[in-house]
Design a binder for this molecule. Structure first.
Ligand code: KG4
Length: 336
């Protein structure tokens, strides 16, 4: 079954063709990051306009690279939420038109379910149940993946997402946007004990997290040093900060796995590319005897192949959208 998939929820326009949920026939990504970098973050109106400019050409090219004609498509999958609403609507309306024109099912896919599904593309032998740490620019969740379309959120951030925390810290350090990857590179030569940052917990909710205090703490430290003219050791700062983020995530994943009785762990989303978090997960899973599935870096960020993969499983489960996806805009990860 060949699924044409669209992802346009933030600043990447992506179109892919995926066969039987596991094989990527094409996966094109037009990133707008350079344009948004001028402003230090995503400008929603500009993002929507760029998606409109890119989506038709990418679709033609995705089909060409897949070696398929439109008549060989069996469904059209699209990210419906969460995301910048103008940006999401570009993909949703384009997908609606294609599905209607080809008379094939329109399949709405929750963006975070898509990130989780990126693991199926990378690891053909991976099957639910497993626990997934979903960490991106807008999401930080511990998800129990009970089945391909049956998910339960066990914990999550009460305020900022981990990626947002990386991006804001990187911005103040002048590392550009998006700053997670350059901050990660800077951290590699640093001493993670040099600066002490808080690890917050939420009373009576051990699997929930909070990153706003960490963000404030690191920004205050940077500003204080700048005002006093004191020099900061940037690799040490980046390493200490990355350790604080990882310490908020990895032990909670291990505790969630213990509570849920899961022995397979995976990670998903842009922040899943972080080397400290990956290394800490490897160590913790090794000690606990859990199997760890890490997606390749190329499939951590936003891409349409992950949407096509999850779309296949949604279609198998009978989760088709009608032609008005408006009612889906606020649907949760658990609802599908
Ligand atoms: O999944 P993604 O591409 O978009 C969203 O759905 O949000 O994630 C983007 C986020 C950004 O915050 C970016 O800074 C972060 O992922 N990121 C990283 C790394 N690579 C990307 N954060 C930490 N370490 C990295 N290596």
């Amino acid at each position: 079954m060949n699924i044409l998939a669209f992802e346009s929820s933030c600043d990447e326009t992506s179109v892919a063709v995926v066969r039987d949920g596991r094989e990527i026939l094409s996966n094109l990504i037009a990133s707008q990051a350079d344009m948004h970098a001028i402003y230090g973050g995503v400008v929603p109106e500009l993002a929507s306009r760029k998606h409109i400019e890119a989506i038709t050409g990418l679709t033609d090219e995705a089909l060409r690279q897949a070696g398929l004609s439109k008549g060989e498509l069996h469904g059209v999958a699209v990210t419906y939420a969460p995301g910048l609403i103008g940006a999401v609507l570009v993909g949703v309306n384009f997908a609606k038109a294609v599905a209607f024109g080809l008379n094939v099912p329109l399949i709405p896919v929750h963006h975070v379910r898509g990130h989780i599904a990126a693991n199926y593309l990378a690891h053909p032998e991976l099957k639910p149940p497993f626990l997934c740490l979903c960490v991106s620019g807008g999401t930080t969740l511990i998800v129990d993946v009970r089945g391909y379309t049956d998910m339960k959120v066990l914990g999550g951030t009460r305020d900022d997402a981990a990626g947002e925390c990386f991006d804001k810290t990187a911005r103040v350090l002048g590392l550009g946007y998006p700053g997670g990857a350059p901050l990660d590179r800077l951290a590699r030569g640093g001493n993670d004990q040099a600066y002490r940052f808080p690890r917050a917990s939420v009373d009576d909710h051990p699997l929930d997290m909070s990153f706003s205090g960490l963000k404030t703490s690191v920004l205050n430290l940077i500003h204080n040093c700048q005002q006093k003219g004191e020099e900061l050791n940037l690799p040490d700062l980046a390493a200490s900060f990355s350790a604080a983020v990882s310490d908020s995530l990895v032990p909670r994943m291990m505790e969630a796995a213990r509570l849920a009785g899961r022995t397979q762990i995976s990670v998903a989303g842009g922040v899943a590319a972080n080397s400290r978090i990956r290394a800490d997960l490897e160590t913790a899973c090794g000690q606990a005897g859990y199997r760890l599935w890490l997606p390749p870096l190329a499939l951590c960020g936003d891409n349409a192949a992950m949407i096509g993969c999850q779309g296949y499983y949604e279609l198998l489960a009978g989760n088709r959208g009608d032609m008005s996806l408006n009612a889906y805009a606020n649907r949760s990860l658990e609802a599908g």
